[in-house]
Design a protein around this ligand. Sequence first.
Ligand SMILES: Cc1cc2nc3c(=O)[nH]c(=O)nc-3n(C[C@H](O)[C@H](O)[C@H](O)COP(=O)(O)OP(=O)(O)OC[C@H]3O[C@@H](n4cnc5c(N)ncnc54)[C@H](O)[C@@H]3O)c2cc1C
Length: 379
Amino acid sequence: MTGRLDADVAVVGLGAMGAMSAWHLARTGASVLGFEQFGIAHDRGAAGGESRLFRMAYHEGPEYVPLLRRARELWWELAEASGRDLFIPTGCLSIGLPGLAPMVNVRRSVTEHDLEHEILGPDELAVRYPQHRLHDGEIGILDAAGGMLRPELAVLAAAQQAIALGARLHEHTAVRGIEPGNGGVTILTDDARYRVRRVVVTAGPWTGELVPAVAVTVKPIVLTWFAPADLPAYGPDRFPAFVRDTDGVHLFGCPVLDGMSVKCGFADVWEPLAGAQDLTRDLPDAALRPLSDAVRRFLPGLHPEPIRHNVYMDGYTPDRTAVVGVLPDAPSVVVLAGFSGHGFKMAPVFGAIAADLALEGGTPFGIARMSPARFAAAT
Ligand SMILES: Cc1cc2nc3c(=O)[nH]c(=O)nc-3n(C[C@H](O)[C@H](O)[C@H](O)COP(=O)(O)OP(=O)(O)OC[C@H]3O[C@@H](n4cnc5c(N)ncnc54)[C@H](O)[C@@H]3O)c2cc1C
């Protein structure tokens, strides 16, 4: 590569994956430049909304468990290094009929990977967790490694660790173009251009604007908060994070973290947007009705009108498997995108993978199914 280099690696987009990538890259001693179009730890993309579920017994399949194991270790490392309370270990309760595909995957995860868990039959589940109104035959699987993460704080913690290790992170600086060539990459912003050896693109729902070959579908996700009558019964010590599949309704939720309300949401039911720029937080009242109905049916101890709501978004792939790897036709460009509503919990391990890919060209983690070539071929 000819000419002056501004850094070994640039990270474009400092949300969940980008902040973790910058942290891991800086830990190796590489020189790192980072760019974020908004402020660090903003809540206008995929990493807002106060809490995220961490689950190790995985609805999406047991093949994720090795990544989840390493992610969990890294969450505690980041919490300790930053002195911030990033992980609240509540356990995670999966509820559903035992034959449902997600419940089968949860059971396979715990048996194939020997995860600490409890299987609660209908009677025991009703006694232990009376907050949930159950349907006949539903069981619970309590994943002991599960818990809650704090997304905005986590992004902030990772970015601050990266800065402490020497990374130069530019906030309020949108990247307008990424030009691979001449053995490196040129990064264009409104008022500067930078030359780096490799770039890690972690632009979340905006990825298609920078890397058209990875045009993830942008979907909003609405979060809603409901007030319990009996506040202590919904605290982290008595009400684990949960994921529930009943009658085609997929509901997830978190215990009270704000002193007054339980967060609930549906994944994967919201209509796609034309692009990230179309996100709106103004919702018609009718859009919240299905969530109120689900709360009325399944969590009768909560007042069924949300006391607040907000709208976030994530990039989705057709099979809900992320795109992680080096672009086949541009070896200096690493892309991590399309986390499809379930990537946050794995962000620290994906940050480590991004550093491996950018600095070594490969990683010991099993990510073959996430190859960008696969995604390009599928579109
Ligand atoms: C409401 C909601 C609930 C979720 N719940 C869970 C959960 O419980 N558990 C779980 O594991 N996952 C969950 N997820 C998924 C998880 O949060 C996402 O998969 C993850 O945050 C994706 O991270 P990302 O880095 O790809 O995107 P983001 O966190 O959005 O980061 C992308 C960043 O890139 C920046 N950017 C974009 N373009 C540019 C540019 N041109 N120049 C500079 N900066 C740019 C953006 O501003 C943004 O900061 C949820 C997602 C949502 C939306």
